[in-house]
Design a binder for this molecule. Structure first.
Ligand code: PLP
Length: 375
């Protein structure tokens, strides 16, 4: 049975063009990019090209691109960098709906001598911006707000927040792991200081990430050792994956229009038909400011896991808005923060599409999720 994959916010298929670009760097082209000899230098020049490709995608300068091991590492590096650069500042602002990569770090820091403000959201998942601005303080070291939410796809006004935060002389970081590749971003005319990306969300492999670091931003390295990445992230580079990331950056730029027209139309069709045919169903999140590929639908009074299992029997891969915490089924912290009723949060399913999805797949997923929800 062929899988119908509508779980692209969890991870994406590595593009065949990316595999092709990477393959020689596992075999013949195994040199160390820092070596003096021509064999190593040829890998080094490919690394340089990949950095330029990622910089192009972001509207950034190549020396503002740091390769890391994943989105989580980029988030941790950004937040720790700001804290280490200004050790006298002990306050952090983030939101109640961040991915665990930021949320759990925030909770950890709160237990270890930092003051952490978690900004609430409304029923649509929109940030309480007044709350955020009211909590900016003289000792705020960093504000970290995700660009788009991984569960609902809600897009936050990070550019506006970054401008306001900059006026107070505070560093602004955004977790753009779900954003880059889906909607255009341009760091050239932005007030964002640091931005995190993950390769496996944009058709590059798992285990490669990027931290965009605006030139002039105070920085302290998270990993220390060799001089790789301009001394900002030590460790021999993951050359095949970096080269794959560069190729993926080119591909997502080319596919941006398809993502925002055809893929968005498929998402809208899936959502429209499900809402029309399944009683007591509703969309979680802000319907106006949303990623083009994501919909989170609450099927009230139905157990989300049951829907997922039934869909799984037909090869449909989606995910639940719930996470299994210590053996008990807890609704997701995102839906809880939005005040989604327990009965709806438990029955929430996230569908996240990609450029590889076809209309036939979406029609099939729609039929099967409808029959799984109303049985
Ligand atoms: N941030 C967001 C918004 C995500 O969706 C994810 C992955 O799901 C991450 C961070 C973590 O990325 P990685 O898996 O590369 O560590």
């Amino acid at each position: 049975m062929k899988a119908i994959y509508v779980d692209n916010n969890a991870t994406t298929r590595v593009a065949p063009e990316v595999v092709e670009a990477m393959t020689p760097y596992f075999s013949d082209m195994y040199g160390n990019p820092s070596s003096m000899h021509a064999f190593g230098r040829s890998v080094g020049s490919k690394l340089k090209a990949a950095r330029e490709q990622v910089a192009d995608l972001l509207g950034a300068r190549p020396d503002e691109i740091l390769f890391t091991s994943c989105g989580t590492e980029s988030d941790s590096t950004a937040i720790y960098a700001a804290l280490h650069a200004t050790p006298e500042k002990r306050h952090i602002i983030t939101t109640r709906v961040e991915h665990p990569a930021v949320k759990n770090l925030g909770e950890h820091l709160a237990k270890n001598g930092y003051r952490v403000t978690f900004v609430p959201v409304d029923r649509q998942g929109r940030l309480d911006l007044d709350y955020l601005y009211d909590h900016l303080a003289d000792d705020t070291a960093i504000v970290s707000v995700m660009w788009a939410n991984n569960e609902t796809g809600t897009i936050f006004p990070v550019e506006e927040i970054a401008r306001n935060v900059r006026e107070r002389g505070i560093v602004f970081h955004t977790d753009a792991v779900q954003t880059v590749g889906k909607i255009p971003v341009n760091m050239a005319d932005s007030a964002i200081d640091m931005l995190s990306i993950s390769g496996h969300k944009l058709h590059a492999p798992k285990g490669i990430g990027v931290l965009y670091l605006r030139k002039g931003t105070k920085f302290a390295p998270f990993l220390m050792g060799g001089h790789q990445e301009g001394g900002r992230r030590a460790g021999t580079e993951n050359t095949p994956s970096i080269i794959g990331m560069g190729r993926a950056a080119q591909l997502v730029m080319d596919a941006m229009e398809d993502e925002n027209t055809r893929v968005k139309a498929l998402r809208d069709k899936l959502e429209r038909e499900l809402l029309k045919r399944v009683p007591a169903s509703m969309v979680n999140g802000d319907p106006d400011n949303r990623l083009p590929n994501t919909t989170s639908i609450a099927f009230e009074y139905i157990e989300g896991e049951a829907i997922l299992l039934l869909m799984d029997q037909h090869g449909i891969c989606a995910s639940s808005g719930s996470a299994c915490t210590s053996g008990s089924l807890e609704p997701s912290h995102v839906l809880r923060a939005m005040g989604v009723p327990f009965t709806a949060a438990h029955g929430s399913i996230r569908f996240s599409l990609s450029i590889y999805n076809t209309e036939e797949e979406i029609d099939f997923s729609m039929m099967k999720s409808i029959s799984s929800s109303v049985l």
